[in-house]
Design a protein around this ligand. Structure first.
Ligand code: ADP
Ligand code: MG
Length: 321
């Protein structure tokens, strides 16, 4: 099998919102009238973002899902993706499973794969995702207002808990591991929620590096402060039961890979947000509210446990920290 057969067999599928897909020197798409193009890239590197022996289906699903999550956080509709992949060798069973996971995610969220690049090298997957948002309506990090509620979708800390087990830092009972590991391997980007926050949220971010780090970006960009009581955060029953343990604080506040949305909205939107939660069968929890800080250097997030300031080993994931 050569490079071109490989692309044809594993990475070429019919498209739905594309004028010219993979196969030429570049792809062509048309942006709808009144919409802005939204673009984001996320790379997944073997040994950094996933274990070398991780299930290829999961790698395929997740590498696209994390990109969709970024567009959801902008309040945008993801439509197109390109896939640049470096492979150490042609392993057809690996490729079959990888592309199966990738396209399962692409189908679930109606994404067209419109091109990419395929090279030999250490396993590395770089996806660029593109989508549309009504002009000037994107949900940015910098527009949260003082007195806004801070909301989080789903639950926090499950992926980090499962990862701690896989890294051998803790030993979870099998049923607890099974209850949490799905979030690590098959994150569900909150695409529908992101779209429906248009006109409701004042700012939004997806939680990829941990709540403190990501909410911290929003608060710094908006020059606001917030106190986060860890007891008020949505988490699995296991996390609640073990909330006295520092590792659980770490998972819930600073664990990566949640891919939930954290957004701000004025208190007048509470009923609308509760309705979204019911319609989408998705927990939406109001975790805190924002305030104007005393000085510009006082913006950011302060975590609390039992009303006492909490200091964590790490605030969130940072590749170079
Ligand atoms: P070029 O040499 O002109 O850069 P390539 O040989 O790299 O073209 O790619 C041929 C076609 O296949 C292009 O349209 C490219 O977008 C597409 N392609 C290459 N790799 C992938 C991939 N991993 N997934 C989807 N499309 C791909
Ligand atoms: Mg090329």
């Amino acid at each position: 099998m050569n490079e071109f057969n490989l692309i044809q067999k594993y990475f070429t599928r019919p498209t739905r919102h594309t004028d010219l897909g993979a196969g030429d020197d570049a792809a062509l798409v048309t942006i709808a009238e009144g919409m802005q193009l939204v673009v984001s890239t996320d790379m997944s590197v073997a040994g950094t973002h996933f274990f070398h022996d991780a299930a290829p289906y999961d790698i395929g699903w997740k590498s696209l899902a994390v990109n969709i999550s970024d567009l959801a956080a902008m309040g945008a509709q993801a439509k197109w993706a390109t896939l640049a992949i470096a492979l150490p060798e042609i392993n057809e069973s690996w490729l079959a499973e990888f592309s199966c996971g990738f396209f399962a995610c692409a189908e679930a969220f109606a994404i067209d794969l419109i091109g990419g690049d395929t090279t030999k090298g250490p396993l590395n997957i770089s996806i660029t995702i593109m989508g549309e948002v009504p002009k000037s309506k994107a949900l940015k990090r910098s527009s949260a207002q003082p007195g806004d509620d801070i909301w989080v979708s789903g639950t926090l800390g499950s992926a980090a808990l499962a990862l701690s087990h896989l890294q051998g830092k803790i030993k979870l009972e099998n049923d607890i591991l099974q209850a949490n590991i799905h979030e690590l391997h098959r994150p569900m980007p909150r695409a529908t929620l992101g779209l429906s926050l248009n006109g409701i949220a004042t700012s939004c971010i997806d939680i990829s590096d941990g709540l403190l780090a990501d909410l911290g970006h929003v608060l710094k960009a908006s020059n606001l402060g917030a106190e986060i009581h860890i007891e008020r955060l949505p988490m699995s029953p296991y996390h609640v039961k073990n909330l006295h343990e520092p590792l659980i604080h770490q998972c819930v506040l600073a664990g990566g890979d949640d891919y939930e949305l954290c957004f701000t909205a004025p208190p007048s939107k509470r009923d609308e947000i509760q309705l979204l939660s019911q319609q989408q069968h998705l927990f939406l929890t109001c975790i805190a509210s924002t305030y104007k800080p005393a000085g510009p250097t006082d913006s950011g997030v302060q975590p609390l446990y039992k009303h006492m300031p909490l200091s964590l080993l790490k605030q969130g994931f940072d590749h170079f920290a």
